[in-house]
Design a protein around this ligand. Sequence first.
Ligand code: MOS
Length: 721
Amino acid sequence: MAGRVDGPLKVTGRADYGADHTFPGLVHGYVVLSTIAHGEIEAMEVTAAKSAPGVIGVYSPFDPLELKTPATAFLGATWVPLQDKEVAYYGQPIGFVVAETYEQARDAAMLVEVTYRSRPALTSFEDGLATAEEAPASRGVPASLSVLAPGVESIEEALDASPVVVEATYSTATQNHAAMEPHSAVAAWGPDGLTIHSGNQGSDIQAAELAGALDVSPADVHAVNPFVGGAFGGKGRTSVPAFLAAAAARVLDRPVKAALSREQVFTATAGRAATVQKIALGAEHDGTLNALRHDSWCSTAADRSFVEPTSHGTSREWYATRNLAISQKMVPLNIPPTTFMRAPGEAPGSFALESAIDELAVALKMDPIELRQRNNSNAPPGNDLQWSSKHLDECFRVGAARFGWSDRSPQGKTDGDWLVGIGTATAMFPALRFPATIEVTLLPDDTAVVATSGADPGTGLLTVLSLVGGESLDISPDRVEPRLGDSTLPPGGMSGGSTATASAGSAIMIAAAKAIDDLLKLASAPGAPFEGLEVSYADGKVFAEGRTMTFGELLRALNRPSLSVAGSSAPGEELTKHSFSSFGAQFCEVRVHKWTREIRVSRMLGVFDAGRIINPVAARSQIIGGMIWGVSAALHEGLEIEANGRLANGDFASYLIPVNADIPEVDVHFVEYPDTLHNPVGAKGIGEIGTVGMAAAVANAVHNATGIRVRHIPIQIEDLL
Ligand code: MOS
């Protein structure tokens, strides 16, 4: 079984992450953050900082580094710091101090004195709900949408006509991106422009954003990020340290390193929105879903830059129902921005929907798996395009057998002082892909290079390049050198949206086929070893009439240093024929202590229908990470925001995430049905779905164990008293 080609480099410390890079003359920058939630900066006293030891530059809105707001087709506009005196949240980057050493920059930053003209700040999501705004369309769906059966006037009418109705309000907490590698950058300018080392989810997109911000040509920015210490959506946009390091390095004519401290990551980047979700389900006595209403509110930054689409992303696609109504509102607050975070929309959305389905099962006295299977959809409601491939029923069947679901008691069980319950939930995440270009190069030593600008933020894309490259060239993957994370390579899109394997893999297949075509033409050309013959290719070799040459031998015979071709692939006609999604069934067992109400997850299982699995080891690891994040959302994570906008728990000492002792063995299983209607590789995406549904499975297990329905996450001991 394949491991990871980058595994040895990573575990032996030879993988260089952004901040590991250094240059002669490197200086260090430290970001200054605001200490009010809303207002205007009246003055910044920087005299003391400027004369502190080692300081060579102090930048602020009064003496800014020049940065324009970049806009890319992929991400839209990205905010850049220091360009005005407005403060929209506590912990906003408002200054940058550069010194010879990191410690000097940090010490000088402490000497900067800021005077503010404060304005009233809205930092409470609950308070903000009263002034919620309609969200913009998301994923091509307007903020409000209803699909009603003929003759039905409103969703309320459909709910009223349903014999069994469950109606409840759920809420989910604000979360921080806690990737292992804090956002950082090392920037150096030379005769060819800027070279920047900064962890990101797509080097060509980062280069485009930096070029826009710095007002230079994209060809003048060389973004290099072959190793990224976790991203999950939090490194989709170019980070503040990257913008500041690049701009400062230009004016100072010195290479600059900037790295956020862990505490700074909590505010100077972006996180997951808090949500409130009202769900109403109307069903027949046999469980047939007659009506589904899902109204959502999410927090967003004052600039309204991101919507967490819990209604759009979740209810629209999950169940067959004759009547569906969804709405999505946003609540602008003076808090750090929100952004993509693993399964944006589906992660918090599935907590609400899959808890509500469990509540409906209880109301109907029906098995929750049977209820889900009864309402299995062939296509998203209101959409004529059937799923290309859906094996969710099998996920539940296999999962139920593997997990021992038939032993479940609707009232839970006890084991000494422990109340034991099991719960389940559906997982779904749309199968997407982006345009990608791959360059395949055949070399005279019988190896090949498969290269793209795309990033591997720990997902395993690097290994996927070698595996799909080897398969497409019909050679062993260890003869393929994968390259990525460099904006000078062909544009490979972004490692986001669970797309990278499908996007890059499809392009590899096209590039490899072209490379083999070109090779065969070379082989039979006049003067070539197979001149005039009908040549074929297999097993890395060209052959005809009993004669065989490896591609390397052929290139050597032809005196060619290499044969390079590029191949591109993009989503196309298939989008008019089918709907596409990955599916899964999540299972969880919890033990709640009868007296202390301590909640422990004791068993977890996820069974997924994610198309073809390219690398089982990495895929399992990817899914395990997602499932653990689901437990984290259910029982641990949540930012506490004080009235003044300061995060009360903005560090790893107080922001809870699970440790090994919180997580039992995690069982992962794939039902493997390659989906070649979606893309030629047949992979549907595994990056996000692992976390979807797991928080609901935990909450449903807690209900099974205790009889207590907790409709918010994280669930805490006091919720079960
Ligand atoms: Mo991820 S939220 O698809 O970058």
